[in-house]
Design a protein around this ligand. Structure first.
Ligand code: ZN
Length: 349
């Protein structure tokens, strides 16, 4: 099963995605790259008004339409204000601990397409100077961006073209190890996007026709909860492909595809989830079934958006999510393998 997938291609796509800044709300550049890569495989990507990308692959039957979503948006920040000392106050995009971004290198993206480098620090960043540097609370109000330019005043920062509302992306620090581990920020959810590209390449090269028509949905506002509040009207079955949470009493690993039975938004569809488990067992795909206590997906967004769909959630296991993440290419391949099996043998009406 796994040999069908071009792991080198998936790794290359993953690296390309990881190195493209895409904080939620600032996804037009990455969506263009997704469109280009989809085009290279001979498919067409169309946009929704909100900027989500859709790729349609006709199936043997049109009786059902299976939506498969992944999200290209990531955590990030925005300039909240420019301080008198020439640093920037930030506001978060998405949910993370301030400790997870402290000392990170960033880029500030101005609205006239300039990019400036900087570093996120607390406003008391040196133990040689501030007695309470260690205990100083890591919250938004106490963090700032030190810009790598000759600026010591608000006026000088403004002269660079930096404004309130400019996007800030975190250095992903991508490392792809020869043993298959991938360390990087934003594996949530770019690891899933890479698995979907692996699936798409397999569909193309093996010339397979899925049982039902498929719509790949590249979502761009997942991290703020409304990525798939809209999905194409004809979708009847929806698979959100998003990272598997790991740790505590969860059983998944960085090499497995996680199948989520229930998250904060409630249980996923019984038949679809059971079918995923059955296929993983049958094909000996490394998998785990888990309950995520603090998690909502694009499938939850679609259901909350009022859609009459059944929905499932699967994805590659990602350790230390929304922090310094790590996964393994086995999990990316296992996710593609389970999707491939499902589109050929889905739950029927
Ligand atoms: Zn995600």
């Amino acid at each position: 099963m796994k040999t069908k997938f071009d792991q080198t291609y998936m790794t290359d796509i993953l690296e390309l995605l990881l190195r493209t800044p895409s904080p939620t709300g600032y996804t037009h550049h990455i969506m263009q790259k997704v469109q280009q890569e989809v085009g290279k495989l001979g498919y067409e990507l169309t946009y929704t008004n909100k900027g989500c990308g859709i790729v349609t692959i006709p199936g043997t039957s049109q009786d059902r339409v299976i939506g498969i979503s992944s999200h290209v948006d990531t955590l990030g920040a925005m300039v909240r204000s420019i301080k008198d000392n020439g640093t920037l106050k930030i506001t978060s995009l998405g949910g993370f601990m301030m400790g997870a971004i402290e000392n990170e290198y960033v880029q500030i993206h101005t609205r006239d397409e300039q990019a400036y480098d900087g570093t996120i620090l607390t406003s008391r960043p040196s133990v040689h100077v501030y007695e309470d540097a260690r205990e100083f609370k890591r919250d938004e109000a106490n963090m700032e961006v030190r810009i790598d330019e000759l600026v010591t005043s608000k006026k000088e920062v403004q002269a660079l073209g930096i404004r309130v509302g400019d996007y800030i992306s975190f250095d992903p620090r991508v490392q792809i190890k020869p043993n298959g581990f991938v360390k990087s920020r934003h594996l949530d959810d770019k690891a899933s996007v890479a698995s979907i590209f692996g699936l798409l390449k397999w569909i193309k090269e093996a010339a397979v026709k899925p049982r039902f028509t498929i719509k790949l949905f590249f979502s761009n506002y997942e991290e703020v909860g409304h990525g798939s509040a809209f999905i194409p009207e004809d979708i009847t079955d929806f698979i959100a492909v998003d990272m598997g949470a790991l740790g505590d009493d969860l059983s998944g690993s960085e090499r497995d595809v996680s199948i989520c039975a229930k998250d904060s938004s409630g249980p996923y569809d019984y038949q679809m989830t059971s079918k995923m488990i059955e296929l993983a067992e049958k094909l000996e795909i490394g998998y785990a079934v888990d309950i995520y206590p603090r998690y909502g997906s694009d499938a939850s967004a679609a259901l909350r958006g009022g859609r009459d769909i059944r929905a499932a959630l699967i994805g590659p296991g990602v350790h230390a999510s929304h922090s310094m993440e790590r996964t393994h290419m086995d999990a990316v391949v296992n996710t593609a393998a389970l999707l491939a099996a499902y589109i050929m043998e889905p739950v029927e009406a």
